[in-house]
Structure formats: C-alpha cells, structure tokens
Design a protein around this ligand. Structure first.
Ligand code: 5AD
Ligand code: SF4
Length: 472
C-alpha cells in the first residue's frame, strides 16, 4: 500500500528539536571547557558515506572537531554496512579492540549505527557482547543522533534507538561534506527490488523519493558553495519519483538538475538494468552536463542465475541495452557489479559471466564473492560450488577483467581528456588528481590552485586503475 507523504517525511518540528539538542551538547562541552573530537568510520556504499556526512554535520554544529584516530577521540562512531559478511566482521573486530581504550578512558563515547543495526540479531549481539558500546541506532533514526548523544552525556547510560520501519525522509539536517568539488546528493532511499541475495531492502526500507524541490535546493546550494559536480544517489535511481504525489521520472529530475548554473557535471548511481530505459538514454545523450558514464550492475552472465537472483532481466536484454546506449553515447564509460558463487551457480553459469565480460568489455567491474545474508531468500539455498572453486573463479574473473581494463586504459594514451581537478595527491604535493568525464581517475602535475577547475589533459600513461597525464 502506498504510504502517505506525511508518514514518510519527518516533521520539521522534529528536526528543529534535534537542533535544540545540538545546542545543548555544544553548551555542555563549552561549560566543561572541552573541545570534543569525533572519529567517524564509514563502511559500505556512497549512501552510507553521504549519511556519515550528515552525522558529521550534526556533530560539527554541536562543536565537535574531527580526528583520524580512536586514541584522540571523545566520540567514536561506526556507520556500518550489512551487504557482506566481511564488512560486518571488521566492525566486530574494531569494537572488540576498543574495549581496552574505553577502560583507560571511561568518558569516551562509542557508537554504532547504520545498516548492521537494522538486523535484529546483529544489534542484539552488539548489545550483549560489547557492553562498552554506548550508542546504538539504525538507518531510520540517524537524524536523532543529537538527542541520543545528549542522553548518553547526561545519564552515562547506554542508549539504544532502533526502529523497524519502512523508512523516512529527514530534510534540512546539517551536513559537512568530505570534498569541495564533487558532492553526493541522495535523491531517494530504500529499495523495493528484493534481489534474492540482497539485504538492502530489509535494512533500508521501502523506496521513497525526496521532493524534487528539496533536491534542487540542495544542488543550488552546492553550486553557490562552489561545487562543480554532483553524484545523484539512490539504490535504483530509475524508480525515482514513483511515490511522489505528482509523479516525476528520473529523466525529468536530471533535466531539472542540469538547469542549475555552476554545476558542470552530473553523475548518478545506481541504475537497475530492468528499469534503465530509452527515455533516460535519450536524456543522457541530449544533456551535455550528464557525464558519459554508466554503472549498470549485471551481477551474472547466465539467465538461470539471473532468474534465481530475481533480477528480472536476461543476458540478452542487458546486452541489447548496452548496445543501444553505446550507439547513442560513443565513448561511454561502462562499469558493473558481479557476484561470483551465487548458490545455484555452476561452472557453466560462471563461464557465461566470463564470456559476458569479454563481450561487453566493461571499463572496470566491482566483483564480490556471494555472501550469505540471513533473512534473504538466497541464504536458504544449498551451495553448488565449493568455496575453493568459487575463490578460483573469482581470481579468474579478475584476471580477465584486469586485462580488459588495462587494454581500454592503454587506448587513452595520447588522447586529450577534459578533467575536473578534485584534489591534491596524498603522496606528492606537486601532483593533483581528478576525473575524466567518463569517471576515470587521472593524476597530473599541478598546484592546489587547479582544484575545482576543468582542465585539458594529455594522457601520457595508463595503469589498470588510473591514468597519468599532463595539463595542456
Ligand atoms: N553477496 C555478495 N555481493 C552482494 N552484493 C549485494 N548483496 C550481496 C551479497 N549478499 C553486491 C551486488 C551489488 C553490490 C552493491 O553489492 O553486486 O550490486
Ligand atoms: Fe540490493 Fe537488488 Fe536493491 Fe540493489 S536493486 S539494493 S542489489 S535488492
């Protein structure tokens, strides 16, 4: 059943109430003559990084500075990811290691939030086995950080705020972004697709779109602050707007974002192949500000596996869409996600994934070994291939793709590309780095005055993961 907009949007009074807590926290630390420092760690996807930018925004307004090590911090906060077991294990490891620090420094506040906390058994495990964790909250209560932190400061008791919900939208929260040139803008939250392996629909709730006006306000604000590029984020951006009172498609939203002066480049992710349609292809081709880059996760090359994954497209329809968009946007950079070792996957199925890579020749891929996520339909399936074979297949996949990526990148040598300079190199003060329109990373000689500018760069060398060039 469609939820009313009122049920989805957090009332502004509640956001204002959080802002009052922010002021109380600030006064608390000023009263004690403490300059509090926070150490924030993010796992997972761009959505999570964007959430952390909001956590950082709330904390900055409450007077927090930020540090890069747990030892220096007054508050340590983990924004967790549930998509694969590996990310979860890291959080458990880190939390375990903090036990001693907390013993030495009892006033230290340790918090865990994000997707892992939306799984009841996981939150319960943290609650029971990690008594030194003070703050536990999930994706649906992220905006309540000030209230929860205030409670911990006052009661010195642990504070747990978890909600089992279809999710909300909280507008007008403070934000403190990482970069100064390119910015994430979440346009929608949640997912309705229920791919059989994926935990996201269970931890991030149902699809809900931000109002186009709220998105445009944010993008205009970014342009005013000097940002040049926006990356529009959603689990499935093609579903954007279906839940709005006046439905508006993603392509229409993109056109409106293109109208914002000062924003030179627009990217978006992620598109689901079943919904990636001609209207969007046409908009991408027609609008010069929309980058010639597409991330289109295929997951597998075999129709039997795609069906078991509940992806609702076939290898053939995927290939058709790729051919179509490539004919409309020559030089498009195409990337994808691949899962190796889905439970039903046989050697023949895997061979089809390899052949798909060879047929499509993606610029790069993000590949993952299947991870059993309890509560998802795929977790109940018996495994076909052994762990050993799956790991071997994973290595073969990387080998095949690395060759392709390297060949494609080599073909850039000698070309001139327009690069948006995003920042200084971490290792060399005389180098800056940025991205081509297609999203390829380029390192080049240059000073910090180049940051935020578009420069023409002659590509002089290529590696599997990045290019090197000279500013013309
Ligand atoms: N195991 C392995 N990879 C997964 N992904 C999502 N769920 C799982 C899982 N259970 C991958 C998909 C998705 C990407 C973000 O993470 O490839 O596109
Ligand atoms: Fe997960 Fe599928 Fe939704 Fe992506 S589209 S978040 S893989 S359920």
């Amino acid at each position: 059943m469609k939820r009313s907009r009122q049920d989805v949007l957090i009332p502004q009074e509640q956001i204002e109430k959080q802002k009052e807590y922010i002021q109380k926290i600030k006064a608390h630390y000023i009263g004690q003559d403490i300059q509090p420092l926070a150490f924030l760690v993010t796992y997972g996807c761009q959505q999570n990084e964007n959430d952390t930018e909001r956590l950082r925004g709330m904390l900055a307004e409450a007077g927090f500075g930020f540090c890069d090590s747990a030892e220096d911090a007054d508050l340590i906060l983990y924004n967790t990811c549930a998509i694969r077991d590996h990310a979860e294990q890291k959080v458990y490891g880190n939390l375990g290691a903090l036990k001693r620090l907390k013993r030495r420094k009892p006033e230290l506040i340790i918090g865990v939030c994000g997707c892992m906390m939306q799984q009841k058994p996981v939150a319960e495990r943290i609650r029971q086995r990690y008594p030194h964790v003070d703050l536990i909250f999930g994706t649906h209560t992220l905006y309540q950080l000030p209230e929860l932190l205030w409670q911990v400061l006052n009661t010195h008791d642990r504070c747990v705020r978890l909600l089992d919900s279809d999710g909300y939208i909280a507008e007008n929260m403070p934000i403190r972004r990482v970069g100064s040139v390119t910015a994430y803008v979440s346009i929608m939250y949640g997912c309705n697709n229920f791919c059989s392996y994926c935990i996201v629909p269970y931890v991030r709730g149902r699809e809900r779109s931000r109002d186009p006006e709220a998105i445009l306000r944010e993008v205009r604000q970014l342009a005013q602050e000097g940002y040049k590029e926006v990356m529009l984020l959603g689990q499935n951006v093609n579903s954007y707007g279906k839940d709005l009172a006046e439905p508006l498609g993603f392509a229409d939203l993109l056109e409106r974002v293109c109208g914002v002066d000062g924003i030179e480049r627009i990217r978006f992710m992620t598109s689901h192949p079943k919904d990636f349609n001609e209207k969007l292809m046409e908009t991408m081709a027609a609008q010069p500000k929309i980058c010639n880059q597409l991330h289109l996760p295929v997951q597998a090359g075999s129709n039997a596996v795609l069906e078991a994954m509940n992806r609702r497209y076939t290898r053939e329809t995927y290939l058709d869409k790729v051919a179509k968009i490539r004919s409309m946007i020559p030089g498009l950079t195409l990337t994808t996600d691949i899962i190796v070792g889905f439970p039903t996957e046989t050697e023949e199925d895997f061979a089809q994934t390899l052949s798909l890579l060879q047929e499509v020749r993606f610029d790069s891929i993000y590949s993952f070994i299947f991870s059993k996520r309890s509560g998802t339909p795929a977790a109940k399936l018996d495994m076909t291939l052994s762990d050993e074979v799956i790991h071997e297949n994973f290595d073969r996949l990387l080998e095949v793709q690395n060759d392709i990526s390297r060949q494609i990148n080599d073909s850039y040598i000698g070309r001139t590309e327009e690069v948006l300079v995003e920042g200084q190199s971490k290792t060399d003060a005389n180098m800056v780095s940025g991205r081509t329109e297609g999203g390829k990373i380029v390192h080049m000689q240059g000073g910090s005055e180049r940051i935020g500018t578009l420069v023409k760069v002659k590509i002089t060398a290529a590696k599997t993961w990045f290019l090197t060039g000279e500013i013309i």
